[in-house]
Design a protein around this ligand. Structure first.
Ligand code: C2O
Ligand code: CU
Length: 489
């Protein structure tokens, strides 16, 4: 026993010395009914659908933890309601800040004007209400919303400020996919947390890529159980964690991947395992058999055969959610897939790319610079197609996110991308030292004074400066961006 303990100490010290987190996930007891975030109420007036969100402090009692702990949420004590709208709809959100500090709310994956984007330039002071509005102009997809205050995003998201957005359109309605919210169409916000004496604790101990919690929750439920009443269930997976990457799988069955970040794939793809980095989403359809109980788990994350330090946000395997199928299940129709699932989105054509830009991520910097709210890093023109070449230039992965656009992945190290990357995306896991070529077009919303962001979605990295700003302008316009008073990060 003594010898074993000595070895364990040596290993722990060795890992700590490389700044690698040693936190592994504790297996939960799967006995708690999975919480389903409510669908947000809205009112329609003069053709505009308006939602209300209030960022507020609360307290939450998590099962298995000692007593309630302070958490933050939208319209409640933890997480927020699911916003749902249709393509073509005019939407508005009244976002009130009842916290003691400024925050912002970013619509992750949404194509909308930069002034409505909710990044670090659209701060909401305590007691204030911010009223963005826009027209939904993109395909059906699973997006999300979360704060984006420069330097504090990790803290605000970690405390519980996050929610899902579901966009619908005709093509997805015609696809005969499971679509009964909370029944056979499940929002799954997956996050890892740590507790210290029952209090939610954010501490990364200087580890890369940030804090890896020992407790995994889905929609705020630790050890969640979901009853299944139909043969096929659609899972809308959102990695809302600050640093952890997951590799979701079932022990005994594959999943049909139907959508990535930005909407339906050209055709469903059978996958055994699905890797999701912080910020990424995917929709899968999973089949169940009457009477069975099965758990979705997260396997050890495959970093693409690239040599990386031992624990990089996912070298750990654990169960995530239990499904219990009823004795009789509603039969599910075969999805009626139509190639028109991208209807209304013009194809992206690489040959039309006007500009190629390179982004190298290393040591909290992108192309050698840390985020500066008053510096414009890139200027793009309305209507232009561009190629962005992105690379993690160090032996750790990153999760690269671009605001405003949904891009296509052209290649990874010159090879065709894996099927998981085949749809439109806004966030991509960068395996270390590989080249990712992304194709996108800046459709509209010229604004020389307000930038969009691109950044690593591992939130510690983002907060510490791994972020840049781009403006979209018309040719002939000059970019000029100021820093809002009192919010210079
Ligand atoms: Cu989900 Cu710039 O963020
Ligand atoms: Cu990163």
């Amino acid at each position: 026993v003594a010898a074993g303990a000595a070895v364990a100490v040596v290993v722990a010290v060795g890992l700590a010395a490389c700044g690698v987190s040693t936190t592994s996930v504790t297996e939960a007891e799967f006995t708690n009914e999975l919480a389903i975030p409510p669908l947000a109420e809205s009112t329609v007036n003069g053709g505009v659908r308006t939602f209300d969100l209030t960022a507020e402090k609360g307290s939450t009692e998590f099962p298995g933890q000692d007593g309630p702990t302070e958490t933050w949420g939208f319209n409640g004590s933890f997480l927020g309601p699911t916003l749902r709208a249709e393509r073509g709809e005019k939407v508005a959100v009244d976002v009130a800040n009842d916290l003691d500090e400024a925050t912002s709310v970013h619509w992750h994956g949404m194509h909308l004007p930069a002034t409505m984007d909710g990044g670090p330039h659209q701060m909401i002071d305590p007691g204030q209400t911010w009223k963005p509005h826009w027209t939904i102009d993109q395909q059906a997809s699973t997006l999300w919303y979360h704060p984006h205050p420069h330097g504090k995003t990790e803290d605000h998201v970690y405390k519980g400020l996050a929610g899902m957005v579901i966009l619908d359109d005709d093509a997805s309605a015609d696809a005969d996919l499971p679509d009964e919210y909370g029944v056979d169409d499940l929002p799954l916000i997956v996050q890892d947390k740590s507790f210290d004496d029952g209090e939610l604790e954010l501490s990364d101990d200087g580890a890369e890529p940030g804090m890896l919690g020992d407790t995994v929750m889905v929609n705020g439920t630790i050890g969640g159980v979901q009853e299944v009443t139909s043969e096929k269930v659609r899972l809308r997976l959102l990695n809302g964690s600050t640093a952890r990457t997951y590799a979701f799988e079932f022990p005994d069955r594959s999943m049909d991947l139907i959508a990535g970040d930005g909407g339906l794939l050209d055709e469903p793809a059978e996958v055994d395992r699905l890797r999701l980095a912080p910020g990424e989403r995917a929709e899968v359809v999973v089949g169940f058999t009457a009477g069975e109980t099965v758990r979705m788990r997260s396997a050890e994350v495959d970093l693409g055969g690239v040599a990386v330090p031992a624990t990089m946000g996912g070298h750990d395997s654990f169960d995530v959610l239990e499904f219990r199928a009823a004795e009789t299940l509603t039969p599910a129709p075969e999805p009626a897939w139509s190639p028109s699932s991208h209807a209304g989105d013009d194809a992206l054509v690489e040959a039309e790319a006007a500009t190629t830009r390179k982004f190298e991520l290393e040591e909290r910097e992108i192309n050698g610079e840390r985020m500066d709210m008053s510096r414009i890093d890139e200027v793009a023109y309305v209507g232009d197609t561009e190629v962005w070449e992105v690379r993690s230039k160090q032996p750790i992965p990153h999760s690269f996110h671009i605001h405003d656009v949904q891009f296509e992945v052209l290649s990874v190290d010159g090879e065709a991308p894996p099927v998981e990357m085949s749809g439109r995306k806004d966030t991509i896991y960068l395996e270390p030292n590989r080249d990712y070529r992304l194709l996108m077009r800046f459709e509209d919303f010229a604004d020389p004074t307000m930038p969009y962001m691109y950044h690593c979605h591992m939130l510690l990295h983002e907060d510490e400066g791994m972020m840049g700003q781009f403006v979209v302008i018309e040719r002939g316009q000059e970019a000029e961006v100021g820093v809002p008073a009192g919010h210079d990060g």
